[in-house]
Design a protein around this ligand. Structure first.
Ligand code: PEP
Length: 251
């Protein structure tokens, strides 16, 4: 039985004060025994504030990005030892905005994945095709290449700590989600790929859907057999909206 994981990717939004206000409201909403794992991904500058507000609750927090090297001349980057000081549990790697706006390669994403696991944390690896790739019938091929590059060299133990977010690029921030049947079909394909590589471990690996998830459509995705949660951008910026989505993941 996989515990659903619903995550809030705030992207480049919220000051420390706004993050605190959000966490205070969110804490009020989430019951102690809530059966869904909840993770907030604030910008780096709000991690300390989020940690202060959420320590002692079951809600976790993570980082939206990381550099694979532990330290050095990488202006503007943040390392794993720095993130560990902030008590993060998860790190997002390979988000489509990192791949396509900042030009991150599969090879760089693979290094990040390995480094995150090496630090004892869990990566949320984002994979997904662009619209032209889906239209050309290449969606599976693209996703398979992304999986293979980032996870192909991992041990089954390492793979068991990975979360995969299937996020079709054309659905992110557009208000146009994937068809639930297409999301299930891809999640099932991903699980099949994981099974081939890692055997039974694949049954325990969580696969999220991401891309224009809102309270009104979350249930359509979160009830699908191979989808174990959601990675939510825009609709996670309001705590009530995000919690409405999370409630749809309750088994
Ligand atoms: C995301 O940023 O991962 C995302 C899915 O964004 P949105 O929910 O806004 O489409």
């Amino acid at each position: 039985m996989r515990t659903p994981l619903v995550a809030a990717n705030w992207k480049m939004n919220k000051t420390q004060a706004e993050a605190r206000e959000y966490c205070r409201r969110f804490r009020e909403l989430v019951p102690r025994d809530f059966p869904v794992e909840l993770v907030l991904f604030p910008p780096f500058t709000a991690l300390a504030a989020v940690r202060e507000e959420l320590s002692g609750t079951a809600i976790r927090w993570g980082a939206q990005n990381v550099h694979p090297e532990p330290k050095g001349a990488f202006t503007g980057e943040v390392s794993l030892p720095m993130l560990l000081e902030h008590g993060v549990s998860y790190v997002i790697v390979g988000h489509s905005e990192r791949r396509h706006i900042f030009g991150e390669s599969d090879e760089f994403i693979a290094r990040k994945t390995k480094a995150v696991l090496g630090a004892g944390l869990s990566p949320i690896l984002c994979v997904g095709e662009r619209l032209e790739e889906r239209k050309a019938g290449k969606a599976r091929k693209v996703v398979e290449e992304q999986l293979s590059a980032a996870l192909g060299h991992l041990t089954p133990e390492e793979a068991s700590r990975v979360v995969i977010a299937y996020e079709p690029v054309w659905a992110i921030g557009t208000g146009v989600p994937a068809h639930p049947e297409d999301a299930q079909e891809m999640a099932n394909f991903i699980r099949g790929w994981l099974k081939e590589r890692f055997g039974n471990v694949a049954e325990g690996i969580r696969i999220q859907y991401g891309g224009s998830v809102k309270p009104a459509n979350a249930g359509d995705f979160l009830r699908l057999p191979d989808i174990d949660g959601a990675l939510v951008g825009g609709a996670s910026l309001d705590p009530d909206s995000f919690f409405s989505i999370a409630k749809e993941a309750v088994p």
